[in-house]
Design a protein around this ligand. Structure first.
Ligand code: FES
Length: 397
């Protein structure tokens, strides 16, 4: 974790001044960010959410994370994660059976592994005195359960607490939430770039039902500011319409749409006190290893871009409202009745569409892409450990 080092860097980048930032330059390509360019399978040494805890039971299930196949098995309240490959002949342990408590047995020849340690503790087809017992193990992964999600840590060395990779406000305040988790097409970096992309929302999403009655700006002037682990998009100017020479006026205004509350959380007339107290200087923020935060006056939307493999990303979305009692219950109903489909479905489905069809590099960036280049620079400067290949049998001991 290198956030502390990053804090020493110049904290502000703008899209309309040429120096001291992560500018968009002519001829710039992905070779400008070699670490980022190589991180096709994601970044190690982070906790990642891989699904809802209630989805995982005694029967083993497989998930793919950073290109590694992992078998998840529940025993009581605990969920365990093992490399999903039997070292005997390479059969997935997620196809295995539960013959004894706290173990899983491979479906092929009955090699039986302890869930907690991965140790080979019995070989059912070789008798109780099988000499290979205790001589090998499958790799296990640290698992945590927070926010109703299962989190897996992929990395080496001391394991940090899962709370390190969860926004503080979700640990320190009561809230009610709704969410969904889908695997979508496209590389995780395209998903992260789409999330923090300054330019697209006001055009791509102007057809989204979520924004049917709210005007979005036509164009902005934006700077990127660092706040702790977050990069924040700060709107310096919002323009609601513009005259394009020789073409005419373009605007998102329509007679049936109302103007939104001021863009900066904490400056609206009806701002949730918890969100107000966060004092976030802009609407959208991003942090490592790929977590977006969109702060509305009354709730916050989070989305994690969890690398699955080169061509797929697990898109974990939650919407949190920092309320209790009746207000919280009403929000939960509202989420299930509409928001889940309108926002976490149709609206972000437009993002998924673009992530799927984006094909870069090569690319020619424009001024608002300072959001993308600054995110890439954050990754680069943080010197993360890049996942280079899926775990293979020789990694087992
Ligand atoms: Fe697993 Fe043979 S492949 S026991």
């Amino acid at each position: 974790m290198t956030i502390e080092r990053e804090a020493a860097q110049p904290p502000v980048w703008q899209n309309d001044t040429p120096e001291g930032q992560a500018p968009v330059r002519e001829g710039q390509d992905w070779s400008s960010w070699p670490t980022y360019d190589s991180a096709v399978l994601g970044l190690r040494d982070y906790w990642y959410p891989v699904g809802w805890a209630e989805q995982f039971g005694r029967k083993p299930q497989t998930v793919r994370l950073l290109g590694e196949d992992i078998a998840l098995v529940r025993e009581g309240d605990e969920i365990y994660a093992l490399h999903d490959r039997c070292p005997h002949r390479g059969v997935p342990l997620s196809l295995g059976r539960r013959q004894f408590p706290d173990t899983v047995s491979c479906p092929y020849h009955g090699w039986t592994f302890e869930l907690k340690t991965g140790n080979l503790c019995a070989v059912l087809t070789d008798g109780p005195d099988s000499p290979i017992c205790g001589k090998l193990k499958v790799r296990t992964y640290p698992v945590a359960q927070r926010l109703g999600l299962v989190w897996i840590y992929v990395g080496a060395g001391p394991v940090p607490p899962v709370e390190r990779d969860i926004p503080d406000e979700l640990l320190e305040h009561d809230f009610v939430m709704g969410g969904r988790s889908d695997i979508r097409n496209g590389n995780w970096r395209f998903a992260a770039e789409n999330g923090f992309d300054e330019g697209h929302a006001k055009y791509l999403h102007n057809t989204a039902l979520w924004r049917l009655f709210k005007v979005m700006p036509a164009w902005n002037k934006t700077r990127i500011q660092q706040e702790g682990p977050w990069l924040v998009r700060v709107q310096e100017e919002l323009h609601w319409e513009a005259e394009y020479p020789g073409l005419g006026v373009w605007t998102n205004k329509r007679w049936w749409k109302r103007m939104p509350l001021p863009d900066r959380p904490g400056k609206g007339s009806r701002v949730n006190p918890v969100i107000d107290s966060l004092n976030i200087p802009g609407f959208v923020s991003i942090r490592l290893p790929g977590l977006l935060r969109v702060a509305y006056p009354q709730f916050i939307h989070y989305e994690w871009y969890v690398p699955v493999d080169e061509d797929h990303v697990r898109y974990v979305q939650i919407m949190a409202r920092f309320e209790r009692g009746l207000t919280a219950a009403a929000f939960k109903l509202k989420y299930l009745a509409g928001i889940r489909w309108l926002f976490h479905g149709q609206f972000t489905g437009q993002d998924a569409w673009m992530v799927d069809v984006s094909d870069a590099p090569p690319e020619r960036l424009y001024r608002p892409d300072v959001s993308i280049t600054t995110w890439r620079r954050l990754v680069e400067r943080s010197k993360p450990v890049v996942q280079t290949r899926p775990l293979r049998a020789k990694d087992e001991s």
